[in-house]
Write a protein that binds this ligand. Structure first.
Ligand SMILES: Nc1nc2c(ncn2[C@@H]2O[C@H](COP(=O)(O)OP(=O)(O)OP(=O)(O)O)[C@@H](O)[C@H]2O)c(=O)[nH]1
Ligand SMILES: [Mg+2]
Length: 416
């Protein structure tokens, strides 16, 4: 039921009985389409948005809720994706430790006390923002390369642990990502040792200063994902991260109507491929990552992710090809936004925001910003506040979204 021009797929095969049900459902959908037991007029939907905003996650939910679930090939892909996600997370952290000059074993709380009496006086731990390549992090992002150097020269772990840690770092850095399909034991031990290091944890807490996806879901239960008989659950599949490349079409039948859903890659070099699917679009699901307000893009360290999202949205919303398309905006990752607001101030990144640092006010602020870029006043935008990796919540959202698309469609066909 899914047709992909190009997609990242891990090699190997899944256990035979895992997704029999999904495969059967998928065949059933294909049969219904072939038998024309569904409305002849299908509905075309585009999932658009910048990278990592959650487009593929929404597609996964459509497949779980309205499609046949996942096929053997998908299961195989996601079995390997979990291992790759675990490896990539630790490798990124090891590189970030170097970048941010954080020593292994570094505990900011203990270190802060130790530093109180010494020069320079510090209110914050040293940050990338202190460096000459300051990329515009918030004003609460700290000071002092000098402080980082003092910390770097201090011993935070004993010599034996230091040796083990260095060996783990060397192993991670010398491992080719392709080797991670089976995650051999020495690599697993290195990953666990580093993930449990307090300095690494501190580094992770500053994850908006470098490029990493929060995959702590996988890191907290590594043994389950590396077991030879591991079969991904739907929740594992929703949590996993496989970057989309190219255009991927999936068909689902809802209320007797075929929905052709196109998922695309959101990274800059992927966006030039979008144009190929711009014709006859009934609805766009535009994904906006609310939690990205304090992050910069992968492609350009000088561009805030939300600003990039707004630029892309302006282009899409006012594009001639979408004059008649409904635009549904998924204000996504509301759960991560709420977590982030506990320690990060929106006003530091968007000085024009004058509200309190509360998720409702922040979401409203961004919704208003998005709406202000809609030059066609007649065009209605539909806003939905979502957590794309939560199936129960997405069931309700998708029901509303689909209903309004169906109504819209009947209206434009003059049947209502
Ligand atoms: N906590 C949380 N994680 C989410 C949410 N939505 C998506 N994610 C996670 O964010 C990561 C990126 O999601 P994807 O769906 O792969 O993003 P994408 O927009 O398809 O990214 P590209 O393919 O690069 O364009 C995945 O690990 C998802 O599990 C959400 O609402 N909350
Ligand atoms: Mg994707």
């Amino acid at each position: 039921m899914g047709v992909c021009d190009s997609k990242e797929v891990a090699p190997g095969s899944a256990p035979a009985d895992i997704s029999k049900e999904a495969t059967a459902k998928s065949k059933e959908i294909d049969r219904q389409i072939a038998d024309e037991k569904v409305s002849s007029k299908d509905i075309k939907i585009l999932l658009l948005g910048t990278a990592e905003t959650g487009k593929s996650t929404v597609l996964k939910q459509l497949r779980i809720i309205h499609g046949g679930g996942f096929t053997d090939d998908d299961i195989t892909t996601f079995r390997y994706a979990a291992k790759r996600n675990i490896f990539d997370t630790v490798k990124t952290l090891v590189e970030a430790m170097e970048l941010l000059k954080i020593p292994y074993g570094f505990n900011p709380h203990t270190a802060k006390c130790a530093q109180k009496s010494s020069k320079p006086s510090l209110h914050h731990a040293p940050s990338l923002a202190d460096s000459k390549e300051n990329v515009g992090f918030g004003k609460h992002a700290p000071i002092a390369i000098e402080a980082a150097e003092i910390w770097a020269s201090t011993k935070f772990i004993d010599d034996a642990t230091r040796g083990e840690t260095q060996a783990a770092v060397d192993l991670i850095l010398s491992t080719h990502p392709e080797y991670t399909k089976s995650l051999p034991l020495p690599l697993v031990n290195a990953i666990k040792l580093l993930w449990n290091d307090v300095g690494v944890k501190y580094c992770f807490s500053r994850s908006n200063e470098f490029q990493i996806i929060d995959l702590s879901y996988f890191m907290q239960d590594i043994d389950r994902f590396i077991a030879s008989d591991y079969i991904p659950t739907n929740q594992d599949i929703l949590a996993s991260r496989v970057m989309t490349s190219g255009v991927c079409e999936t068909k689902v039948i809802i209320k007797g109507t075929i929905f052709r859903v196109f998922d695309v890659g959101g990274q800059r070099n992927e966006r030039r491929k979008w144009i190929h699917v711009f014709d006859n679009v009934n609805a766009i699901f535009f994904l906006f990552d609310l939690s990205a307000f304090n992050q910069v893009t992968v492609e350009d360290q000088n561009i805030n992710r939300v600003v990039e999202s707004l630029t892309v949205f302006t282009f899409i919303c006012n594009h001639n090809a979408f004059k008649r398309s409904a635009i549904m905006i998924f204000m996504n990752k509301i759960d991560l936004l709420r977590e982030k607001l506990e320690h990060s101030m929106v006003q530091d990144y968007f000085p024009e925001f004058l509200g309190t640092n509360d998720y409702k006010e922040v979401s409203k602020f961004f919704a208003e910003k998005i709406a202000s870029f809609n030059k066609n006043q007649e065009k209605q935008l539909y806003f939905h506040y979502t957590q794309a990796n939560d199936t129960t919540k997405m069931k309700a959202v998708l029901a509303t979204v689909i209903e309004s698309i169906l109504v819209n469609n009947l209206q434009s066909a003059g049947l209502m």
